[in-house]
Design a protein around this ligand. Structure first.
Ligand code: ATP
Ligand code: MG
Length: 310
């Protein structure tokens, strides 16, 4: 059983007055396993929030199905083990940090007892907010508000957490803290689904991503696989590569890119090994061998550009 599963999930909005139709999501089929950190990426208006809203049954699909923990999202029981941090959340500003958690804890079905108090203490500690617990949240900074929102989403110890832009407005140290927290809860078997525009962040946090564009799923896969640039290997040497060796390398791979101390080749792993044998036989020491990677940002920009010209 998958934690999240959709089948041809589609949403068409109709504008109230002009009656113009917008395909916000088209036939979106995907699965998320337990313990995964899944990232949903896409330009503004791609359909990311629409997807989250349908998974939480806040808005309803025009077509298709969605299940959480094997239960159709139309059944409210599907949501009992789910936490949610909405984008731009607005908690009542006259409440203190601990009152916010108590209020939302009770909304998610927790009893106002010593267990809940203990859990609130734990969450405030985890977010480094303990000293601010009795302060009204209107005095909180953006980063503190975001961490309180995250504490809220995790309070009832849900098995699946939806985070819409969790590190929005958080400084680098706070973002690192949030990353560590997300990895910690993943290690406890929890599943995390997040939306973000911060691709470097997503690259560090997520196991798997999907890229949406204009309602279509255009790419999906493991972050490691997606960021491996085809098959380009770079071999760096300690000693410089002289003309004679250069020619011998070209005999193995005529398309190799050869610099003073570097050889780039796409000729496949066997030929790369052939080149390394050659270098070693010529008493040239190898410094490093790398498979070249592209960043998630490069991949994102490339696939969106390509999709938009189609
Ligand atoms: N209630 C609505 N009525 C009509 N159209 C809507 C409604 N909500 C969203 N849309 C349209 O659906 C499309 C997808 O919107 P959505 O909010 O899901 O995008 P998004 O990927 O979350 O964007 P962002 O990155 O800006 O948050 C957009 O074209 C948007 O204008
Ligand atoms: Mg959105």
């Amino acid at each position: 059983m998958h934690v999240i599963e959709t089948q041809n999930l589609s949403k068409e909005y109709t504008a109230k007055f002009s009656k113009q139709k917008v395909n916000a999501l088209n036939d979106f089929t995907f699965k998320v396993k337990q313990g995964e950190i899944f990232g949903l990426l896409g330009p503004n208006g791609a359909g990311k929030t629409t997807l989250i809203k349908m998974l939480l049954a806040i808005t309803f699909p025009t077509r298709g199905d969605a299940k959480l923990f094997g239960t159709d999202v139309k059944n409210y029981k599907a949501k009992t083990k789910v936490g949610y941090l909405p984008e731009n959340h607005k908690f009542p500003s006259y409440l203190t940090g601990e009152q916010v958690l108590s209020y939302y804890g009770q909304l998610s079905g927790m009893k106002d007892d010593s267990n809940m108090t203990k859990r609130i203490d734990e969450m405030l500690g985890m977010m480094n907010l303990t000293q601010w617990r009795k302060t009204r949240i209107k005095k909180y900074s953006k980063g503190m508000m975001q961490k309180l929102g995250l504490a809220q989403s995790m309070l009832s110890d849900p098995d699946l957490i939806f985070l819409d832009e969790p590190t929005d407005g958080v400084d680098p140290i706070g973002r690192k803290e949030i990353r560590d927290i997300l990895h910690e809860i993943k290690s406890r078997g929890k599943t995390i689904f997040l939306n973000s525009h911060l691709l470097s962040e997503v690259e560090m946090i997520c196991d798997r991503v999907a890229i949406l564009n204009k309602g279509d799923l255009i790419k999906e896969g493991n972050v490691d696989d997606l960021t491996k640039a085809e098959n380009i290997f770079a071999v760096h040497t300690v000693e410089p590569i002289g003309m004679d060796i250069k020619q011998k390398v070209m005999a193995i791979d005529p398309n190799a890119g050869i610099g003073e101390n570097e050889i780039n080749s796409e000729a496949g792993i066997d030929k790369i090994n052939g080149i390394i044998d050659l270098l070693r036989a010529e008493k040239i020491r190898i410094q490093t061998i790398n498979q070249k990677t592209s960043t998630l940002e490069e991949l994102f920009i490339n696939v969106i550009k390509k999709d938009n010209t189609n």
